[in-house]
Design a protein around this ligand. Structure first.
Ligand SMILES: [Zn+2]
Length: 475
Protein backbone atom coordinates (compact mmCIF):
# COMPACT_ATOMS: atom_id res chain seq x y z
CA UNK A 1 0.00 0.00 0.00
CA UNK A 2 1.11 3.51 -0.67
CA UNK A 3 0.08 7.04 0.13
CA UNK A 4 0.76 10.02 -2.06
CA UNK A 5 2.36 12.98 -0.28
CA UNK A 6 0.17 16.07 -0.71
CA UNK A 7 -1.67 15.03 -3.87
CA UNK A 8 -3.61 18.32 -3.71
CA UNK A 9 -0.40 20.27 -4.32
CA UNK A 10 0.46 18.51 -7.58
CA UNK A 11 -0.07 20.56 -10.75
CA UNK A 12 -2.13 18.86 -13.53
CA UNK A 13 0.91 17.49 -15.40
CA UNK A 14 2.30 15.75 -12.30
CA UNK A 15 -1.14 14.58 -11.23
CA UNK A 16 -1.57 12.99 -14.66
CA UNK A 17 1.80 11.21 -14.60
CA UNK A 18 1.31 9.93 -11.05
CA UNK A 19 -2.24 8.73 -11.79
CA UNK A 20 -1.04 6.74 -14.82
CA UNK A 21 2.06 5.24 -13.19
CA UNK A 22 0.34 4.25 -9.95
CA UNK A 23 -2.61 2.67 -11.77
CA UNK A 24 -0.25 0.64 -13.99
CA UNK A 25 1.83 -0.32 -10.93
CA UNK A 26 -1.33 -1.98 -9.49
CA UNK A 27 -0.34 -0.69 -6.02
CA UNK A 28 -3.30 0.02 -3.74
CA UNK A 29 -3.44 3.71 -2.82
CA UNK A 30 -4.48 4.53 0.74
CA UNK A 31 -6.40 7.67 1.69
CA UNK A 32 -5.95 7.03 5.47
CA UNK A 33 -3.53 9.70 6.69
CA UNK A 34 -2.50 7.73 9.76
CA UNK A 35 -1.76 4.38 8.15
CA UNK A 36 1.88 3.29 8.27
CA UNK A 37 2.43 2.71 4.56
CA UNK A 38 5.05 3.59 1.93
CA UNK A 39 4.80 7.24 0.88
CA UNK A 40 5.29 8.45 -2.68
CA UNK A 41 6.63 11.96 -3.26
CA UNK A 42 7.32 14.00 -6.37
CA UNK A 43 10.70 15.70 -6.36
CA UNK A 44 12.69 17.99 -8.61
CA UNK A 45 15.41 16.11 -10.40
CA UNK A 46 16.53 17.81 -13.55
CA UNK A 47 18.58 14.80 -14.65
CA UNK A 48 15.59 12.46 -15.05
CA UNK A 49 13.54 13.02 -18.18
CA UNK A 50 16.19 14.87 -20.12
CA UNK A 51 18.32 11.88 -21.03
CA UNK A 52 17.68 9.20 -23.61
CA UNK A 53 15.46 6.26 -22.75
CA UNK A 54 18.18 3.63 -22.27
CA UNK A 55 20.27 5.72 -19.87
CA UNK A 56 17.13 6.59 -17.90
CA UNK A 57 16.25 2.91 -17.80
CA UNK A 58 19.71 2.03 -16.46
CA UNK A 59 19.16 4.64 -13.75
CA UNK A 60 15.80 2.99 -12.83
CA UNK A 61 14.00 5.97 -14.41
CA UNK A 62 15.39 8.21 -11.68
CA UNK A 63 13.19 6.62 -9.00
CA UNK A 64 14.86 6.97 -5.58
CA UNK A 65 14.23 4.85 -2.51
CA UNK A 66 14.34 6.39 0.96
CA UNK A 67 13.35 5.16 4.42
CA UNK A 68 9.64 4.28 4.18
CA UNK A 69 9.08 5.91 0.83
CA UNK A 70 10.06 6.55 -2.76
CA UNK A 71 10.66 9.73 -4.78
CA UNK A 72 9.42 10.10 -8.33
CA UNK A 73 11.35 12.73 -10.28
CA UNK A 74 9.28 15.39 -12.03
CA UNK A 75 11.12 14.51 -15.25
CA UNK A 76 9.66 10.99 -15.16
CA UNK A 77 6.16 12.45 -14.98
CA UNK A 78 6.96 14.67 -17.96
CA UNK A 79 8.19 11.63 -19.83
CA UNK A 80 4.92 9.85 -18.98
CA UNK A 81 2.90 12.78 -20.32
CA UNK A 82 5.04 12.92 -23.47
CA UNK A 83 4.54 9.22 -24.22
CA UNK A 84 1.22 8.14 -22.64
CA UNK A 85 -0.39 11.56 -23.01
CA UNK A 86 0.93 11.80 -26.61
CA UNK A 87 2.19 15.33 -25.83
CA UNK A 88 5.05 15.03 -28.34
CA UNK A 89 2.65 14.00 -31.11
CA UNK A 90 0.24 16.79 -30.13
CA UNK A 91 3.00 19.34 -30.72
CA UNK A 92 4.15 17.90 -34.02
CA UNK A 93 3.33 19.82 -37.20
CA UNK A 94 4.40 16.98 -39.51
CA UNK A 95 1.72 15.25 -41.63
CA UNK A 96 1.69 12.17 -43.85
CA UNK A 97 -0.27 11.83 -47.11
CA UNK A 98 -3.47 11.07 -45.16
CA UNK A 99 -2.94 14.18 -43.07
CA UNK A 100 -1.93 12.15 -40.00
CA UNK A 101 1.03 12.66 -37.66
CA UNK A 102 3.63 10.32 -39.20
CA UNK A 103 4.75 7.38 -37.01
CA UNK A 104 8.32 8.71 -36.99
CA UNK A 105 7.13 11.64 -34.83
CA UNK A 106 6.26 9.24 -32.02
CA UNK A 107 8.99 9.28 -29.34
CA UNK A 108 8.94 5.47 -28.96
CA UNK A 109 9.33 4.94 -32.70
CA UNK A 110 12.15 7.49 -32.73
CA UNK A 111 13.88 5.52 -29.94
CA UNK A 112 13.13 2.10 -31.48
CA UNK A 113 11.03 1.12 -28.43
CA UNK A 114 7.49 0.75 -29.80
CA UNK A 115 7.31 -3.05 -29.78
CA UNK A 116 6.88 -3.48 -26.02
CA UNK A 117 4.66 -1.51 -23.62
CA UNK A 118 7.50 0.50 -22.10
CA UNK A 119 5.45 2.50 -19.59
CA UNK A 120 4.02 -0.71 -18.10
CA UNK A 121 7.66 -1.67 -17.48
CA UNK A 122 8.34 1.71 -15.83
CA UNK A 123 5.32 1.17 -13.55
CA UNK A 124 6.68 -2.28 -12.64
CA UNK A 125 9.90 -0.52 -11.61
CA UNK A 126 7.85 1.81 -9.38
CA UNK A 127 6.29 -1.28 -7.81
CA UNK A 128 9.61 -2.93 -7.08
CA UNK A 129 10.99 0.31 -5.61
CA UNK A 130 7.97 0.46 -3.28
CA UNK A 131 8.57 -3.16 -2.33
CA UNK A 132 12.17 -2.32 -1.37
CA UNK A 133 11.08 0.74 0.60
CA UNK A 134 8.31 -1.11 2.41
CA UNK A 135 10.46 -3.09 4.86
CA UNK A 136 7.92 -4.81 7.10
CA UNK A 137 4.97 -2.66 6.07
CA UNK A 138 2.24 -4.71 4.37
CA UNK A 139 1.85 -4.33 0.62
CA UNK A 140 -1.40 -4.68 -1.28
CA UNK A 141 -1.85 -4.77 -5.02
CA UNK A 142 -5.09 -4.59 -7.00
CA UNK A 143 -5.77 -7.58 -9.26
CA UNK A 144 -5.91 -5.75 -12.59
CA UNK A 145 -8.79 -7.53 -14.35
CA UNK A 146 -12.19 -8.96 -13.40
CA UNK A 147 -12.84 -12.62 -12.61
CA UNK A 148 -9.32 -13.04 -11.26
CA UNK A 149 -7.86 -12.98 -14.80
CA UNK A 150 -4.21 -12.03 -15.17
CA UNK A 151 -4.64 -10.10 -18.42
CA UNK A 152 -7.31 -8.89 -20.82
CA UNK A 153 -8.03 -9.05 -24.54
CA UNK A 154 -10.49 -7.16 -26.73
CA UNK A 155 -11.40 -8.15 -30.27
CA UNK A 156 -12.53 -5.21 -32.42
CA UNK A 157 -13.72 -4.75 -36.00
CA UNK A 158 -13.89 -1.73 -38.29
CA UNK A 159 -16.74 -2.03 -40.79
CA UNK A 160 -15.30 -0.24 -43.84
CA UNK A 161 -17.13 -2.26 -46.49
CA UNK A 162 -20.81 -3.20 -46.63
CA UNK A 163 -21.88 -2.74 -50.26
CA UNK A 164 -20.12 -2.67 -53.61
CA UNK A 165 -17.72 -5.46 -52.68
CA UNK A 166 -16.57 -6.20 -56.29
CA UNK A 167 -14.89 -2.77 -56.35
CA UNK A 168 -12.83 -3.70 -53.28
CA UNK A 169 -12.00 -7.12 -54.74
CA UNK A 170 -10.71 -5.43 -57.91
CA UNK A 171 -8.55 -2.95 -55.97
CA UNK A 172 -7.04 -5.80 -54.01
CA UNK A 173 -6.36 -7.84 -57.17
CA UNK A 174 -4.57 -4.76 -58.51
CA UNK A 175 -2.43 -4.59 -55.36
CA UNK A 176 -1.53 -8.30 -55.61
CA UNK A 177 -0.67 -8.07 -59.31
CA UNK A 178 1.59 -5.06 -58.71
CA UNK A 179 3.42 -7.19 -56.13
CA UNK A 180 3.69 -10.17 -58.51
CA UNK A 181 1.51 -12.28 -56.20
CA UNK A 182 -0.08 -13.81 -59.27
CA UNK A 183 -1.32 -17.11 -57.89
CA UNK A 184 -2.88 -15.34 -54.93
CA UNK A 185 -4.52 -12.88 -57.33
CA UNK A 186 -5.89 -15.80 -59.37
CA UNK A 187 -7.30 -17.33 -56.18
CA UNK A 188 -9.07 -14.07 -55.39
CA UNK A 189 -10.58 -13.86 -58.86
CA UNK A 190 -11.86 -17.44 -58.55
CA UNK A 191 -13.34 -16.81 -55.09
CA UNK A 192 -14.91 -13.53 -56.24
CA UNK A 193 -16.43 -15.15 -59.32
CA UNK A 194 -17.96 -17.87 -57.15
CA UNK A 195 -19.59 -15.16 -55.00
CA UNK A 196 -21.26 -13.19 -57.80
CA UNK A 197 -24.85 -12.50 -56.77
CA UNK A 198 -24.10 -13.26 -53.11
CA UNK A 199 -23.10 -11.07 -50.17
CA UNK A 200 -19.60 -12.14 -49.12
CA UNK A 201 -19.22 -9.27 -46.63
CA UNK A 202 -22.24 -10.46 -44.65
CA UNK A 203 -21.03 -14.08 -44.87
CA UNK A 204 -17.65 -12.99 -43.46
CA UNK A 205 -19.31 -11.01 -40.63
CA UNK A 206 -21.39 -14.07 -39.70
CA UNK A 207 -18.29 -16.24 -39.77
CA UNK A 208 -16.40 -13.86 -37.46
CA UNK A 209 -19.34 -13.82 -35.04
CA UNK A 210 -19.59 -17.62 -35.15
CA UNK A 211 -15.90 -18.07 -34.30
CA UNK A 212 -16.26 -15.60 -31.44
CA UNK A 213 -19.42 -17.26 -30.12
CA UNK A 214 -17.62 -20.61 -29.94
CA UNK A 215 -14.91 -19.06 -27.77
CA UNK A 216 -17.28 -16.96 -25.66
CA UNK A 217 -15.89 -13.72 -27.10
CA UNK A 218 -18.04 -10.56 -27.28
CA UNK A 219 -16.50 -7.98 -29.59
CA UNK A 220 -16.66 -4.27 -30.46
CA UNK A 221 -17.68 -3.07 -33.95
CA UNK A 222 -16.96 0.38 -35.37
CA UNK A 223 -19.39 1.59 -38.06
CA UNK A 224 -18.97 4.44 -40.55
CA UNK A 225 -21.88 6.84 -40.27
CA UNK A 226 -21.97 9.45 -42.99
CA UNK A 227 -23.60 9.88 -46.38
CA UNK A 228 -21.88 7.99 -49.21
CA UNK A 229 -21.23 9.84 -52.44
CA UNK A 230 -18.96 9.50 -55.44
CA UNK A 231 -16.45 11.79 -53.68
CA UNK A 232 -16.45 9.80 -50.40
CA UNK A 233 -16.03 6.55 -52.36
CA UNK A 234 -13.14 7.96 -54.31
CA UNK A 235 -11.18 9.07 -51.28
CA UNK A 236 -11.81 5.80 -49.41
CA UNK A 237 -14.12 7.38 -46.84
CA UNK A 238 -17.85 6.53 -46.56
CA UNK A 239 -19.00 3.68 -48.83
CA UNK A 240 -22.36 2.79 -47.26
CA UNK A 241 -25.30 4.36 -45.43
CA UNK A 242 -25.76 3.07 -41.91
CA UNK A 243 -29.54 3.16 -42.46
CA UNK A 244 -29.31 0.76 -45.45
CA UNK A 245 -30.79 -2.70 -45.04
CA UNK A 246 -27.36 -4.37 -45.38
CA UNK A 247 -25.71 -2.18 -42.73
CA UNK A 248 -28.65 -2.49 -40.32
CA UNK A 249 -28.45 -6.25 -40.73
CA UNK A 250 -24.83 -6.24 -39.52
CA UNK A 251 -25.64 -3.88 -36.62
CA UNK A 252 -28.49 -6.20 -35.57
CA UNK A 253 -26.24 -9.27 -35.79
CA UNK A 254 -23.65 -7.57 -33.53
CA UNK A 255 -26.34 -6.59 -31.02
CA UNK A 256 -27.78 -10.12 -31.03
CA UNK A 257 -24.31 -11.45 -30.21
CA UNK A 258 -24.16 -9.02 -27.23
CA UNK A 259 -21.40 -7.08 -28.97
CA UNK A 260 -20.82 -3.34 -28.80
CA UNK A 261 -21.73 -0.91 -31.59
CA UNK A 262 -19.31 2.04 -31.76
CA UNK A 263 -18.52 4.89 -34.14
CA UNK A 264 -15.92 4.74 -36.92
CA UNK A 265 -15.27 8.49 -37.29
CA UNK A 266 -15.42 9.60 -40.92
CA UNK A 267 -12.96 11.94 -42.68
CA UNK A 268 -15.31 14.86 -41.84
CA UNK A 269 -14.65 14.42 -38.12
CA UNK A 270 -11.00 15.32 -38.69
CA UNK A 271 -11.78 18.82 -39.92
CA UNK A 272 -15.23 19.48 -38.42
CA UNK A 273 -15.31 18.53 -34.73
CA UNK A 274 -19.12 19.03 -34.57
CA UNK A 275 -19.63 16.10 -36.93
CA UNK A 276 -18.88 13.67 -34.08
CA UNK A 277 -22.15 14.59 -32.42
CA UNK A 278 -24.06 14.25 -35.71
CA UNK A 279 -22.51 10.85 -36.52
CA UNK A 280 -22.95 9.58 -32.97
CA UNK A 281 -26.68 10.42 -33.00
CA UNK A 282 -27.17 8.93 -36.44
CA UNK A 283 -25.52 5.66 -35.41
CA UNK A 284 -27.42 5.57 -32.10
CA UNK A 285 -30.72 5.86 -34.02
CA UNK A 286 -29.85 2.57 -35.73
CA UNK A 287 -27.78 0.71 -33.16
CA UNK A 288 -28.67 2.05 -29.71
CA UNK A 289 -26.17 3.39 -27.20
CA UNK A 290 -22.80 4.54 -28.66
CA UNK A 291 -19.95 5.05 -26.20
CA UNK A 292 -16.73 4.86 -28.14
CA UNK A 293 -15.04 5.78 -31.39
CA UNK A 294 -12.13 4.83 -33.57
CA UNK A 295 -11.10 6.99 -36.52
CA UNK A 296 -11.30 5.60 -40.07
CA UNK A 297 -7.69 5.26 -41.37
CA UNK A 298 -6.74 6.27 -37.79
CA UNK A 299 -7.01 9.85 -39.04
CA UNK A 300 -6.88 12.23 -36.11
CA UNK A 301 -5.23 15.27 -34.63
CA UNK A 302 -3.80 13.91 -31.38
CA UNK A 303 -5.41 15.78 -28.50
CA UNK A 304 -7.86 17.87 -30.50
CA UNK A 305 -9.77 14.95 -32.00
CA UNK A 306 -10.17 13.34 -28.56
CA UNK A 307 -11.35 16.69 -27.12
CA UNK A 308 -13.99 16.83 -29.87
CA UNK A 309 -15.06 13.25 -29.07
CA UNK A 310 -15.38 14.17 -25.38
CA UNK A 311 -17.56 17.16 -26.30
CA UNK A 312 -19.82 14.79 -28.28
CA UNK A 313 -20.26 12.72 -25.10
CA UNK A 314 -18.08 9.78 -26.08
CA UNK A 315 -16.51 7.74 -23.30
CA UNK A 316 -13.42 6.47 -25.11
CA UNK A 317 -11.24 6.66 -28.21
CA UNK A 318 -9.64 3.52 -29.65
CA UNK A 319 -7.58 5.20 -32.41
CA UNK A 320 -4.10 5.21 -30.88
CA UNK A 321 -2.42 2.59 -33.01
CA UNK A 322 0.23 2.95 -35.69
CA UNK A 323 -0.91 3.01 -39.31
CA UNK A 324 2.20 1.25 -40.61
CA UNK A 325 3.31 -1.13 -37.84
CA UNK A 326 1.96 -3.00 -34.84
CA UNK A 327 3.01 -1.93 -31.37
CA UNK A 328 2.36 0.49 -28.56
CA UNK A 329 1.88 4.07 -29.69
CA UNK A 330 1.25 5.30 -26.12
CA UNK A 331 3.73 2.89 -24.51
CA UNK A 332 0.93 1.12 -22.62
CA UNK A 333 -1.15 -2.03 -22.87
CA UNK A 334 -4.03 -0.66 -20.82
CA UNK A 335 -6.69 2.05 -20.69
CA UNK A 336 -5.35 5.51 -19.83
CA UNK A 337 -6.87 8.99 -19.41
CA UNK A 338 -6.36 11.43 -22.29
CA UNK A 339 -4.04 14.41 -21.91
CA UNK A 340 -5.00 17.69 -23.57
CA UNK A 341 -1.62 19.29 -24.15
CA UNK A 342 -3.12 22.42 -25.69
CA UNK A 343 -4.88 23.22 -22.42
CA UNK A 344 -2.35 21.55 -20.13
CA UNK A 345 -4.85 19.26 -18.38
CA UNK A 346 -6.35 15.79 -18.40
CA UNK A 347 -9.29 15.42 -20.80
CA UNK A 348 -12.62 13.75 -20.00
CA UNK A 349 -12.13 10.78 -22.28
CA UNK A 350 -10.33 7.44 -22.00
CA UNK A 351 -7.80 6.11 -24.50
CA UNK A 352 -7.78 2.43 -25.44
CA UNK A 353 -4.65 1.95 -27.55
CA UNK A 354 -4.73 -0.43 -30.50
CA UNK A 355 -1.91 -2.98 -30.30
CA UNK A 356 -2.43 -5.06 -33.41
CA UNK A 357 -4.19 -4.67 -36.77
CA UNK A 358 -4.53 -7.20 -39.59
CA UNK A 359 -3.84 -4.92 -42.56
CA UNK A 360 -0.49 -3.65 -41.26
CA UNK A 361 1.05 -6.94 -42.37
CA UNK A 362 -0.30 -7.27 -45.89
CA UNK A 363 -0.24 -3.56 -46.71
CA UNK A 364 2.98 -2.35 -45.14
CA UNK A 365 5.09 -5.43 -44.56
CA UNK A 366 3.89 -7.45 -47.56
CA UNK A 367 3.25 -10.46 -45.37
CA UNK A 368 0.38 -12.37 -46.96
CA UNK A 369 0.41 -15.81 -45.36
CA UNK A 370 -2.50 -16.44 -42.98
CA UNK A 371 -0.22 -18.39 -40.61
CA UNK A 372 2.18 -15.44 -40.33
CA UNK A 373 -0.78 -13.16 -39.68
CA UNK A 374 -1.98 -15.34 -36.82
CA UNK A 375 1.54 -15.69 -35.39
CA UNK A 376 2.01 -11.92 -35.32
CA UNK A 377 -1.32 -11.39 -33.48
CA UNK A 378 -0.43 -14.02 -30.90
CA UNK A 379 3.02 -12.50 -30.38
CA UNK A 380 1.50 -9.06 -29.87
CA UNK A 381 -0.99 -10.46 -27.33
CA UNK A 382 1.91 -12.19 -25.56
CA UNK A 383 3.64 -8.81 -25.05
CA UNK A 384 0.47 -7.57 -23.30
CA UNK A 385 0.07 -10.70 -21.20
CA UNK A 386 3.69 -10.38 -20.03
CA UNK A 387 2.79 -7.10 -18.26
CA UNK A 388 -0.69 -8.25 -17.11
CA UNK A 389 -2.04 -5.71 -19.57
CA UNK A 390 -4.77 -5.30 -22.16
CA UNK A 391 -4.43 -6.42 -25.77
CA UNK A 392 -6.65 -4.72 -28.35
CA UNK A 393 -6.71 -6.31 -31.79
CA UNK A 394 -8.40 -5.10 -34.97
CA UNK A 395 -9.70 -7.55 -37.55
CA UNK A 396 -11.45 -6.12 -40.62
CA UNK A 397 -14.44 -8.30 -41.51
CA UNK A 398 -13.83 -7.55 -45.20
CA UNK A 399 -10.70 -9.72 -44.92
CA UNK A 400 -12.28 -12.61 -46.77
CA UNK A 401 -11.33 -14.68 -49.82
CA UNK A 402 -13.69 -13.07 -52.41
CA UNK A 403 -12.52 -9.59 -51.35
CA UNK A 404 -8.89 -10.54 -51.75
CA UNK A 405 -7.74 -12.44 -48.69
CA UNK A 406 -7.70 -16.21 -49.20
CA UNK A 407 -7.23 -18.11 -45.94
CA UNK A 408 -8.11 -15.10 -43.79
CA UNK A 409 -11.08 -16.81 -42.14
CA UNK A 410 -8.85 -19.63 -40.87
CA UNK A 411 -6.28 -17.11 -39.67
CA UNK A 412 -8.91 -15.30 -37.60
CA UNK A 413 -10.14 -18.55 -36.09
CA UNK A 414 -6.57 -19.40 -35.10
CA UNK A 415 -6.04 -15.94 -33.58
CA UNK A 416 -9.17 -16.13 -31.44
CA UNK A 417 -8.53 -19.72 -30.34
CA UNK A 418 -4.88 -19.22 -29.44
CA UNK A 419 -5.44 -15.97 -27.57
CA UNK A 420 -8.38 -17.43 -25.64
CA UNK A 421 -6.24 -20.44 -24.66
CA UNK A 422 -4.15 -18.03 -22.55
CA UNK A 423 -7.34 -17.21 -20.58
CA UNK A 424 -7.62 -13.44 -20.78
CA UNK A 425 -10.58 -11.47 -19.49
CA UNK A 426 -12.51 -10.74 -22.70
CA UNK A 427 -15.19 -8.07 -23.00
CA UNK A 428 -16.32 -5.15 -25.11
CA UNK A 429 -14.27 -1.95 -24.97
CA UNK A 430 -16.97 0.02 -23.13
CA UNK A 431 -17.03 -2.61 -20.38
CA UNK A 432 -13.24 -2.71 -20.14
CA UNK A 433 -13.06 1.10 -19.98
CA UNK A 434 -15.60 1.22 -17.14
CA UNK A 435 -13.65 -1.37 -15.21
CA UNK A 436 -10.37 0.51 -15.66
CA UNK A 437 -11.93 3.80 -14.54
CA UNK A 438 -13.19 2.17 -11.35
CA UNK A 439 -9.81 0.48 -10.79
CA UNK A 440 -7.99 3.80 -11.14
CA UNK A 441 -10.33 5.45 -8.61
CA UNK A 442 -10.00 2.62 -6.08
CA UNK A 443 -8.76 3.82 -2.65
CA UNK A 444 -8.37 2.19 0.74
CA UNK A 445 -10.31 4.34 3.20
CA UNK A 446 -8.74 2.78 6.25
CA UNK A 447 -5.97 0.39 7.13
CA UNK A 448 -6.64 -1.43 10.40
CA UNK A 449 -3.79 -2.22 12.81
CA UNK A 450 -4.03 -5.90 11.86
CA UNK A 451 -3.33 -4.93 8.25
CA UNK A 452 -6.91 -5.39 7.04
CA UNK A 453 -8.08 -2.86 4.51
CA UNK A 454 -11.43 -1.11 4.13
CA UNK A 455 -12.08 -0.01 0.58
CA UNK A 456 -13.89 3.19 -0.29
CA UNK A 457 -16.98 1.95 -2.14
CA UNK A 458 -17.79 5.20 -3.95
CA UNK A 459 -17.03 5.22 -7.65
CA UNK A 460 -16.63 1.46 -7.92
CA UNK A 461 -19.86 1.14 -9.89
CA UNK A 462 -20.62 -2.29 -8.48
CA UNK A 463 -17.29 -3.77 -9.61
CA UNK A 464 -15.65 -6.21 -7.23
CA UNK A 465 -11.91 -5.86 -6.78
CA UNK A 466 -9.55 -8.48 -5.43
CA UNK A 467 -6.44 -7.43 -3.49
CA UNK A 468 -3.22 -9.38 -3.58
CA UNK A 469 -0.30 -9.47 -1.16
CA UNK A 470 3.40 -9.30 -2.07
CA UNK A 471 3.42 -12.91 -3.18
CA UNK A 472 0.47 -12.37 -5.51
CA UNK A 473 -1.94 -14.31 -3.27
CA UNK A 474 -5.51 -12.98 -3.05
CA UNK A 475 -6.31 -11.55 0.39
ZN1 LIG B 1 -11.72 2.14 -41.40
Amino acid sequence: MIRLNHPERLPPLEQYGVTVLLDLSRLLVVADEYADVVTVSVVDDAAAGGGDLSSLETDRWGIRIRQGGIDLPRGLLELTRNIVGAAVEQRSQARDRFDRVPPGENPLVAAGRWERPLVNAIAAEVRSAVREAAGRRPLRMVAPWPEGRAWAAAFTHDVDVVTGWPAFALMRVGELVRRRELSRAAGVIAAATAHVGRNPVRLAVDEVLAVEREEGVRSTWFFLTGTPSFATWRRGDITYAIESKAARGIVDAVREADGEVALHGSFDTLTEPESFERERRRLAAVGGRVEGARQHFLRMRPGRTQAAMATAGLLYDASYGFSDRNGFRLGVADVVPAWNDHEGREDHIELVPLAWMDRVLSKHQRVESPAALAASAVESAEACRAVEGLWVGLWHPNMTAPLGFPGAADAYREIVERICQAEPYVATLAEIVEWCRARRALRARRVNPDGRVELDQTGLGGHRFVLRDETGRAV
